[in-house]
Design a protein around this ligand. Structure first.
Ligand code: 8YV
Length: 325
């Protein structure tokens, strides 16, 4: 057989160029390396120079929820076709810019809902029952000298949920097993929910012993949990945030915690992550997590697969699996 003219099937196909804003786990990086030519921004000493060197060839951005893709980044990539987010939040991607340019955007909804709801419940229990303080009490040897101070119970309490979408409704389902009263705030009541709807966030905060924030981040929810809502919670109530740091007025929350104007706050998300306000570290009535609500092996594997499947669908000319734009 004549080998001089390889058949089209054996002609190497040029791998599309993908810009990655941040690292994914090794189990994603390997298949991504195999399918695409990757530019890894986190490895670049000079980020702008690294982008400029490959800009015309980049057809996709693979990003993470908190890293997103700004208008400036997209503007520097003239042949960008798709932004695929490893995360459900789209707030860090300039969706208006994507729409203007016909750039597709995908995210990873559903696969992380259960984990985020789990951490909301976990943070609530850990905060009210002071589980980290109990651990410290045992480790420090303080237990031999005195019993730990008494804490407060979860069951029987009033639990308010801000944002009653996928994550909020799943938190409600989880919380139902803890014998709590559940209320929620959203733009409209949900006909399929037995729980009490509040059209006023301040009224929900006044009613709640624990207020769990699950609402999506973005311009529309920026500082939604403001000084008024925090004041309405009062000195015996707790705030739990698993949404975005941007949804809470941080200076107002820190001031309320310092003054013991609310009982405590458990937070997975912050402004300026991961370089958070140092005042958080000085407070004894907070429980801090490193934006890790979706950080289980199972969920991160599912998120990575969904990013890869969306990119593969796009480059195969097929329908996107979880399109945002
Ligand atoms: C992830 C998130 O922590 O889903 C989101 O919007 O912020 C998180 O699940 C993040 O995207 C992983 O980097």
């Amino acid at each position: 057989m004549d080998q001089s003219n390889p058949s089209p099937a054996t002609t190497p196909v040029e791998r599309p160029c993908v810009l990655m804003t941040g690292a994914y786990p090794a189990w994603d990086m390997q298949p991504l390396e195999a399918a695409y030519r990757l530019t890894k921004l986190w490895e670049a000493d000079d980020r702008d120079a690294a982008i400029a060197a490959v800009a015309p060839s980049i057809r996709a951005i693979a990003t993470r929820g908190e890293l997103g893709a700004s208008r400036a980044l997209m503007a520097s990539l003239p042949n960008l076709e798709i932004v695929s987010i490893y995360g459900v939040g789209t707030d860090a991607v300039d969706l208006a810019c994507a729409r203007e340019r016909g750039i597709r955007v995908t995210n990873t909804p559903d696969v992380l809902t259960g984990d985020v709801a789990d951490i909301a419940i976990g943070l609530t229990l850990a905060m009210l029952r002071r589980i980290p303080a109990g651990d410290a009490h045992v480790r420090s040897g303080a237990w031999a000298k005195a019993n730990m101070a008494l804490v407060t119970r979860l069951y029987g309490k009033k639990l308010g949920i801000v944002g009653f979408g996928r994550i909020g409704t799943t938190v409600a389902r989880r919380a139902s097993g803890f014998d709590v009263d559940i209320g929620y705030f959203d733009i409209a009541p949900r006909a399929d929910s037995p729980h009490r709807f509040f059209s006023s966030l301040t009224e929900l905060a006044e009613w709640s012993d624990v207020l769990i924030v699950t609402v999506a981040g973005g311009a529309g929810t920026q500082r939604l949990i403001g000084a008024d809502v925090i004041a309405a919670l009062g000195p015996d109530s707790y705030l739990i945030n698993v949404s975005r740091g941007s949804t809470v007025d941080e200076p107002a929350l820190i001031a309320a915690l310092e003054a013991k104007a609310i009982a405590g706050a458990a937070l997975d998300v912050f402004w300026n992550e991961p370089n958070i306000d140092p005042r958080w570290l000085t407070l004894d009535n907070v429980l801090l997590q490193p934006h890790h609500a979706s950080g289980t092996v199972e969920t991160r594997q599912a998120m990575g697969k969904l990013v890869r499947d969306n990119l593969a669908a796009h480059f195969a000319g097929k329908a996107l699996i979880t399109p945002v734009v």
